[in-house]
Design a protein. Structure first.
Length: 617
């Protein structure tokens, strides 16, 4: 944090600061003028109190302590010096253009001084080289008037290309656009990709992405690993972009960890000294549990302002831990047990801490199954490994009972606690659960497409998976079938792909959308399905065009009007003839029958009935 003068520490009491300020000020005594007793009216009406020198009112600092004690330079940062050196070296190389790196990614938990480090270093490294205030340009996601939100970030990066030369600036991306909108995420990745893979001879300002990573929100979402439930560098930028950029070192990534208690305690002591707050060592240690310097300072200010009693359970923020951090606690235990009840063992408090601060216990159990062997290089008895897997199996069997999850964690910790560690642990692996789920989605998608486009819904899914998906490709690929039907197509692969082994990796398998399942090794089945789907789409468009054709030269209304006119004329003539010859002779029986028939036809006409009922006829 910024350098702060050290005063003697004392308790904050009401009125103390104000009384000290008044005592330190020298107030001149007021002496009435010699002519104050003059008989002139203006002298009599003069108010002698106005002659007193006014005391300047004490200005209260209404700023939040986060802004008030913001670091002024890199020496005041609450960060590990080695981490600061790594970031300084990477940013300096980007400014000078010594390396191919076009994007520096700082990832880690909230409040680990990622963006603050960049702001301080940009000010120092660009001092005297840039006309931009602070040497920094930051992206702010705001609503635009024209509503073109997906293009807001690409337009920002396009404008930042001119921050070179005397206008050189560090481009900071801390606030993200609406990445949960598909088009916005696509535009975001495309803009980053164009920036990274721009020609190396074109000068570009340093681009820094500060990302606060968030783990899965609930156990319900643990079946898929994507940007919907896990915000990481992999899900934000995409695995393809990270892999393609890593070959040429276009992206450099530095991971931040929660700030150590030593640096946090130093920051708290500085603030307490400046604000004249006396805090015991136990209170300071309790504040340092979260590892988040921002929330720590905010809570300290709130605590002082509310004049409440401090409790170690009122830290104002959950101390969330990552998956690998939780696995490490279970395998290696927790060494620092400050503030815990010593009547219980370290192992008990370790598991309790993990249960309270990590939400997805099911994923944690899968992670333990993958990583318990890293302890001591798996140099322990087979019986201990059997006991660990047995406890994990029982927890999976009785998964509905929360106590069995805690039982599996505690049993694993106790078994490994009896093994004396000799060497450093191996690298942790991410559970293969997400890779398995990705393959399941891929197989399910291919079976559905085969059943719809090729089998025409005449075969059950289970039959396709067990029979057709395996035997039909063998028949179609046989030499006898190709000779009999004169077929020269490519090889047909098993529907859903061939069987293969899945291994745990250091990074999770990201499944961003269902379309990703279609990518992979092309085979003839997929080509046939795409061709049939394309034909169906074309036929559907033709049908829509036929239904949407406009009706031209329609004469239905004119024909209806002609029919009504003829009926009006016939009725008029009939009534006219009846009025001229009212007498009907018996000799005209046939004519009478014809006339009666015409009358019945006219009476049965619904259109005439309607006209008569309306009084038109």
């Amino acid at each position: 944090m910024c350098s702060i003068e050290h005063y003697s520490m004392f308790e904050v009491s009401t009125g103390t600061t104000t009384s000290m300020a008044i005592k330190r000020r020298h107030v001149d005594h007021w002496d009435p003028p010699n002519d104050s007793l003059s008989d002139e009216p203006e002298d009599i009406l003069e108010d002698p109190i106005q002659q007193l020198p006014r005391l300047s009112r004490m200005k209260l600092d209404s700023r939040s302590w986060v802004d008030k004690y913001c670091p002024a330079n890199s020496r005041d940062l609450c960060i590990n010096p080695r981490k600061l050196k790594d970031v300084r070296t990477a940013l300096s190389n980007m400014i000078t253009g010594e390396l191919n790196c076009r994007l520096l990614v700082l990832s880690g938990p909230s409040g680990s001084s990622k963006s603050t480090t960049i702001r301080c270093l940009a000010k120092e490294l660009l001092l005297g080289k840039s006309n931009t205030l602070g040497g920094l340009v930051e992206f702010l996601d705001t609503n635009t008037a024209d509503g073109a939100l997906p293009m807001q970030f690409p337009d920002f990066l396009a404008a930042c290309r001119y921050h070179i030369g005397s206008n050189l600036s560090v481009i900071l991306i801390e606030e993200l656009p609406n990445i949960f909108h598909a088009e916005t995420l696509f535009r975001f990745r495309k803009a980053i990709k164009e920036w990274i893979f721009s020609a190396q001879d074109i000068p570009m300002p340093p681009l820094v992405l500060c990302l606060t990573e968030l783990d899965s929100l609930s156990e319900r979402d643990s079946r898929s690993y994507n940007i919907e439930n896990c915000l990481t560098v992999e899900t934000l930028l995409g695995k393809d972009l990270l892999h393609s950029a890593s070959f040429d070192n276009r992206i450099q990534r530095i991971k931040f960890q929660p700030i150590a208690k030593t640096y946090l305690a130093k920051t708290i002591n500085h603030i307490c000294s400046a604000e004249h707050i006396r805090a015991s060592k136990s209170v300071v240690q309790s504040f340092c549990e979260s590892g988040d310097v921002r929330s720590l300072i905010n809570y300290l200010q709130f605590w002082v302002g509310s004049k409440g009693n401090f409790s170690r359970f009122q830290t104002g923020r959950e101390n969330q831990i990552t998956l690998f951090h939780a696995i490490g606690k279970v395998i290696h235990s927790t060494s620092d047990m400050t503030g815990y009840d010593h009547d219980f063992s370290h192992d008990f408090h370790t598991i309790k801490n993990v249960m309270e601060n990590y939400h997805d216990i099911n994923l944690l159990l899968l992670g333990l199954l993958e990583n318990y062997t890293i302890y001591n290089g798996m140099d322990f008895e087979t019986s201990r490994a059997m006991a660990i897997t047995e406890s994990l199996s029982l927890s999976d069997t009785f998964g509905a009972v929360p106590e069995f999850k805690e039982y599996a964690l505690l049993a694993t910790r106790l078994e490994l606690a009896n093994v004396k560690a000799k060497g450093p642990p191996s690298t942790m692996k991410f559970p293969r659960q997400f890779r398995l789920q990705k393959e399941q989605n891929k197989v399910s998608s291919e079976i559905s497409n085969y059943r719809r486009y090729i089998a025409k819904l005449q075969v059950l899914r289970d039959d396709i998976n067990l029979i057709d998906g395996n035997l039909v490709p063998k028949i179609l690929n046989s030499f006898r079938y190709k000779m009999a039907h004169d077929v020269s197509k490519e090889q047909y692969q098993r529907v859903g792909g061939a069987f293969k082994k899945l291994f745990a990796e250091e990074t999770p398998s990201i499944m961003e959308n269902e379309d990703e399942a279609e990518r992979g090794n092309e085979d003839q089945f997929r080509s046939d399905i795409n061709e049939i789907a394309r034909q169906e789409d074309n036929n559907k468009e033709d049908d829509d065009d036929d239904l949407s054709d406009a009706i031209e030269n329609s004469t239905d209304e004119e024909d209806l009007e002609d029919t009504l006119d003829e009926q009006f004329l016939a009725m008029t003539q009939q009534r006219t003839q009846g009025s001229v010859t009212p007498k009907i002779t018996i000799d005209n029986d046939i004519n009478n029958d014809d006339d009666n028939g015409n009358d019945e036809d006219m009476q049965d006409d619904p259109e005439l009935d309607f006209l008569v009922s309306q009084g038109i006829v």
